[in-house]
Design a protein around this ligand. Structure first.
Ligand code: PRP
Ligand code: URA
Length: 208
C-alpha cells in the first residue's frame, strides 16, 4: 500500500499560511520554510530503526537506543536547499547530497545538471527534499538518480503537492513514501500549483 502522509499539524498550517501569502518577503519566507521543515522532521523519521548501545549515566550503566543508519538529506536544487537547515537542526549528524535539476519552462521536463552524494549513500536513509510537487517530473527523475546509485530507503518530502503530482509519483515509484505539508487543488496550465505559493525558488532566493 503506497504511503502518502499530509502533515497538517496546526503549527505547520499556521506557518504554511505565511509562506503562501504573496506579501511575505524573502527573509520571512526563508525562515518559515526552514521552521516547517524542522517541524515535519519528527513525522518523516518516526519509523527509523534504532539499535541498543551500552552507555553509562552518572548513576548506572544502561542500554540506550541510537539510530541504526546514517541519514542523508538530498535537496533538489535550488528550492530544496531551503529545507535542509531546518531538518539538519533536528538531525545534526545527517550528511548532505545534492541533485541539480530544473524544469524546462516550455516542456516542463526536468533537466539534470548536477548530482553528488556522500560515500555510503546506498546504505543510508535518504530524505529527498523539494518544496513543490507539481507534475512530479523533478521528484521522479531525482528518485531515478538515487536508485541508479543503489539507494534503497528513499522518502520524498515536500511542502505543497497536488493530485496530479502525487498520482505520477505513486505510479513511477510506488515504493517511495510521500510526505507533504499540504495537498492543494490542481495544476494550472503553466504547471503551477493552485492555490500553491508561486515560484518557490524565486521566493526563497529573491530572484524575481
Ligand atoms: C521547481 C520546484 C521543483 C519543481 C517542481 O523548481 O522547486 O523542483 O519546480 O515541479 P515539477 O514537479 O513539475 O517537476 P524549478 O524547476 O523552478 O527550479 P528551481 O528550484 O531552480 O527554481
Ligand atoms: N514549482 C514552483 O516553484 N511552484 C509551483 O507551483 C510549481 C512548480
Amino acid at each position: 500500500m503506497h504511503k502518502v502522509v499530509i502533515l497538517d499539524h496546526p503549527l505547520i498550517q499556521h506557518k504554511m499560511a505565511k509562506i503562501r501569502d504573496k506579501n511575505t518577503g524573502t527573509k520571512d519566507f526563508r525562515e518559515s520554510v526552514s521552521e516547517i521543515s524542522g517541524l515535519i522532521t519528527y513525522e518523516i523519521t518516526r519509523d527509523l530503526e534504532t539499535v541498543p548501545k551500552e552507555i553509562e549515566t552518572p548513576i548506572t550503566p544502561m542500554i540506550a537506543n541510537v539510530l541504526k543508519r546514517q541519514v542523508v538529506i538530498v535537496p533538489i536544487l535550488r528550492a530544496g536547499l531551503g529545507m535542509v537547515e531546518g531538518i539538519q537542526t533536528i538531525i545534526p549528524t545527517a550528511k548532505i547530497g545534492h541533485i541539480g535539476l530544473y524544469r524546462d519552462e516550455e516542456t516542463l521536463e526536468p533537466k539534470v545538471y548536477y548530482a553528488k552524494f556522500p560515500e555510503g549513500v546506498e546504505n543510508s536513509v535518504v530524505i529527498l527534499v523539494d518544496p513543490m510537487l507539481a507534475t512530479a517530473g523533478s521528484a521522479s527523475k531525482a528518485i531515478d538518480i538515487l536508485k541508479e546509485s543503489k539507494v534503497k530507503d528513499i522518502r520524498y518530502v515536500g511542502l505543497v503537492g497536488c493530485p496530479e503530482g502525487v498520482a505520477r509519483l505513486k505510479k513511477d515509484h510506488p515504493d517511495v513514501p510521500i510526505y507533504l505539508a499540504a495537498l492543494d487543488s490542481h495544476l494550472n496550465e503553466q504547471g503551477y500549483i493552485v492555490p500553491g505559493l508561486g515560484d518557490c525558488g524565486d521566493r526563497l532566493f529573491g530572484t524575481k
